[in-house]
Design a protein. Structure first.
Length: 290
């Protein structure tokens, strides 16, 4: 895909915009108050919304601003396996010649496509509680929602927004929002038929194949590959969506790549975590050709 836009994070709204206060240890497991919005005034969200609207009013025709809420899925059984067999990111994958290719160890089952654990469900419920709290202060609900087609992400989205959205609101499952693809059994998705049967209230993007044609047992995506997927998603959203506030429920690797592509500081997002950011997109050629 040819890039037609450049992307950058507009900093100064959220604590996550500054890498300095990035929490570690037990604090990392907590959702920050107000999702990290720095302004704690009772009218904070109306002021924030007005600020973004004004950015778009003042912007030239080739520039647009959108707010993204990126939610990482809650704890899945593969995360429990990661903890059992080593560091979540490094050691478990370093043993990919054995553990990552298996579906389980006789005690735990982590593939393919594992569900949330009870802890993971609780993390999604905690995110819902924070949305519910901030609704009292005028936080706008997402105008458009996208979600990974992997079960743990869909379950997280479903629990997070349960009872909060207007009737008829549906998220769209998008292949390009998946976790790092390949080798690891936990990241192999279900068939389209199984997904529709399990999650009938979700839309599925056009062109979504019946079988997982992206996952390969012997090849793991590179970070560059994931960056391309993120750019594809951003291009789709800024090209097609008029909505200002976008929710994407996804995974560690996709969200890290999203931050990378938009120039956002690193932010160590835990399972069940949410990172909001304001993204500026600038067309690099005549907008009439977009």
């Amino acid at each position: 895909m040819k890039d037609t836009r450049t992307y950058e994070t507009i900093v100064g709204y959220f604590i996550q915009d500054d890498p300095g206060p990035n929490p570690t240890g037990s604090r990392l497991r907590e959702l920050p108050a107000r999702f990290g919005l720095i302004d704690d005034h009772p009218e904070r969200w109306s002021k924030f919304t007005a600020s973004i609207q004004q950015l778009n009013v003042d912007a030239p025709s080739h520039v647009r601003y959108k707010v993204f809420f990126l939610g990482r899925h809650g704890e899945g059984y593969h995360n429990v396996a990661n903890a059992k067999y080593g560091d979540e990111v490094r050691l478990f994958r370093a043993t990919s010649s054995y553990w990552c290719k298996l579906n389980g160890d006789g005690v735990l089952t982590w593939g393919p496509d594992p569900d949330l654990t009870p802890i993971g469900e609780g993390q999604a419920e905690a995110a819902r509680a924070l949305w519910e709290t901030e609704l009292q202060f005028g936080i706008p609900l997402p105008n458009k929602m996208y979600c990974s087609p992997i079960s743990r992400a869909i379950q997280t989205h479903k629990l997070t927004f349960r009872g909060l959205l207007p009737n008829g609101s549906k998220a769209t499952l998008v292949e390009n929002t998946r976790e790092k693809i390949g080798i690891e059994s936990c990241n192999r998705r279900r068939t389209r038929t199984d997904i529709q049967r399990k999650f009938p209230d979700y839309l599925i993007e056009d062109g979504f194949t019946e079988d997982d044609e992206l996952w390969r047992p012997d090849v793991l995506e590179s970070y560059d590959d994931i960056d391309v997927r993120v750019r594809t998603v951003l291009e789709m959203i800024f090209r097609n969506d008029e909505e200002q506030l976008i929710s994407i429920t996804s995974h560690w690797a996709f969200i890290n790549a999203f931050l990378r592509v938009t120039g956002h500081p690193d932010w160590a997002l835990p399972t069940g975590g949410v990172v909001p950011l304001v993204v500026k997109a600038s067309l690099q050629y005549d907008p009439l050709d977009a």
